[in-house]
Design a protein around this ligand. Structure first.
Ligand SMILES: *Cc1c(COP(=O)(O)O)cnc(C)c1O
Length: 222
């Protein structure tokens, strides 16, 4: 058995059945992805459109590709025909473009609202107020080709487990507020995408339904 196969099998033993694994394959070559695929892994996450497009054509068609990194509006059109989920819907402007491009290919695109929950300034995402005002707006009601399936967030890069836990609790709280006020009875709104290699155990304790893990599976990136 290869290291990647071994890593993914061990990791799967740690994940409750309620939590789905997004294998983050950014920067990793096609043969590495095939090794993970051969263990049964089908959901892969990439953060760059160019890289995703290049790899996709060399890999099996039953892979579910998830876009997890910041998406530029002019690149949306390249992924809407096939992308299984966009975790990084980080602005209303972007969501409107996803809707327009989705309508052109007549495909409803599953998206997560990305929230800014970390201390760091540079990370993309909505504040709670921004999300609430988007969801309350007249304009949002016209959106037909985006299906909001939940929320996503990244915790601060810190060894302070209490802080990480607090940030994940905050994201779960946002999820609950949105569900209760805008998505009650909507069975598609159910995902909380949180947790990476260093903090996925904390994320699972705080209610994650999807973890996005790269390094543990494929090794450190350069
Ligand atoms: C790279 C990345 C991950 C995975 O990071 P690891 O620490 O390698 O598990 C998860 N989510 C996002 C948004 C990423 O960009």
């Amino acid at each position: 058995m290869t290291d990647i196969e071994n890593n993914i099998i061990l990791l799967n033993r740690e994940l409750p059945s309620s939590v789905r694994l997004v294998a983050v394959s950014k920067t990793k070559p096609v043969p590495d992805i095939m090794e993970a695929y051969n263990t049964g892994q089908r959901i892969f996450g990439e953060n760059r459109v160019q890289e995703l497009l290049a790899k996709k054509d060399l890999l099996p068609p039953d892979i579910e590709w998830h876009l997890i990194g910041h998406l530029q509006r002019n690149k949306v059109k390249y992924i809407v025909p096939f992308v299984a989920m966009i975790h990084s819907a980080d602005s209303f402007r972007l969501i409107k473009v996803i809707d327009q491009e989705g309508s052109k290919v007549n495909r409803i695109i599953p998206c997560l609202i990305q929230f800014h929950i970390a201390d760091e300034e540079t990370k993309f995402g909505f504040s709670l107020d921004e999300a609430l005002s988007m969801l309350s707006s007249e304009e949002f009601r016209k959106i037909r080709f985006v299906s909001i399936c939940g929320v996503m967030g990244m915790a601060t890069f810190t060894s302070d487990r209490k802080q990480i836990s607090k940030e994940f609790i905050k994201l779960k709280g946002y999820f609950d507020i949105l569900r209760d006020n805008y998505f009650s009875g909507n069975e598609l709104f159910k995902e909380i995408s949180m947790g990476m290699s260093d903090d996925f155990k904390i994320a699972i304790e705080e209610g994650s339904t999807m973890v996005r893990i790269g390094s543990i599976i494929f090794g450190e990136r350069n």
